[in-house]
Design a protein around this ligand. Structure first.
Ligand SMILES: C[S@@+](CC[C@H](N)C(=O)[O-])C[C@H]1O[C@@H](n2cnc3c(N)ncnc32)[C@H](O)[C@@H]1O
Length: 262
């Protein structure tokens, strides 16, 4: 799936803020290399490298477009094109950091314990994932996908292993029970309900077009794509009305977890 770094960074402040809040909760690290999974445009990787300048940092993504943007400015970070689903650390890591990425991968019951096993003793797994899949932005996306002439084409997208499925991220308690056997002192686990204030025309449509809607956009061609966007956009305008000042509010829940390996 192609990513568009410019479109993604259109709401860069809102999208990147949770990653900095996650980074702020990471304490001391044991010796060892650092890894970011799903580094995107590399903004958090640069902040990680600045905080631990003496460590090696490998930042992994499978999008060439995102990695090209990340690597455009020189840095000591090692940018690596790879699939997280089949990733293992070449040596035990002091930190595995992942912001707004692991919701794209399935099989969390296997993936998260596997990631914990890639850490050195005392190493940290720090993850943020959206948990807004029951919000109108996603409910209306699935509803529109199922309702139109495009429903057969979109069935594999909506039903497949993408963030369009209904529950890509489990409730916090599920991750707690899954990871505490491998963690020291339980987990640092929290959710934040952001209320993003977005400017411009159809900002919620623009927001999802850079992320969750991408598999739909890619599955449809010209005319059908335009018809889908018109139908879905009209529903979004009703669900997220403009405020008196012309801005649009987008409520957005995110789950954070920081686990330290035994
Ligand atoms: C929503 S973006 C987040 C990027 C960055 N972490 C940030 O906070 O801006 C999700 C990123 O995960 C990457 N990604 C998704 N699935 C992946 C996979 N299986 N392996 C590697 N990267 C993946 C995408 O290419 C994309 O750059």
């Amino acid at each position: 799936m192609a990513w568009d770094p410019t479109l993604y960074l259109k709401f860069g402040d809102e999208r990147l803020r949770p990653g900095f809040e996650l980074l702020a909760r990471i304490g001391e690290l044991p010796p060892g290399p650092l890894v970011e999974l799903g580094c995107g445009t590399g903004v958090h990787a640069r902040a990680i490298a600045a905080r631990w300048p003496e460590r090696t940092l490998t930042a992994i993504d499978r999008s060439r477009e995102m990695l090209a943007k990340a690597a455009a400015e020189p840095s000591p970070i090692r940018w690596l094109e790879a699939d997280i689903a089949s990733w293992s650390a070449p040596e035990p890591a002091a930190l595995i950091f992942s912001n707004a990425t692991l919701q794209w991968l399935g099989r969390h019951a296997q993936l998260f314990p596997h990631l914990m096993r890639q850490l050195a003793p005392g190493g940290v797994l720090a993850v943020q994932m959206p948990r807004n899949f029951d919000q109108p932005s996603h409910v209306l996306m699935r509803e529109t996908a199922r309702d139109g002439s495009w429903s057969a084409k979109l069935a594999p997208v909506v039903g497949g292993a993408t963030v369009l499925r209904e529950d890509p991220v489990a409730p916090p308690e599920w991750y707690y029970d899954l990871l505490t056997p491998q963690a020291q002192d339980g987990l640092d686990l929290w959710e934040t309900d952001y209320l993003h204030v977005l400017a411009g025309e159809d900002p919620v449509l623009q927001w999802v077009s850079a992320t969750a809607l991408r598999p739909v956009i890619e599955a449809l061609d010209g005319g059908e794509r335009a018809a889908f966007l018109a139908a879905y956009g009209a529903k979004l305008r009703q669900a997220y009305p403009r405020r008196a000042d012309g801005k649009t509010l987008l409520p957005f829940r995110r789950l954070f977890l920081v686990a330290r390996a035994r």
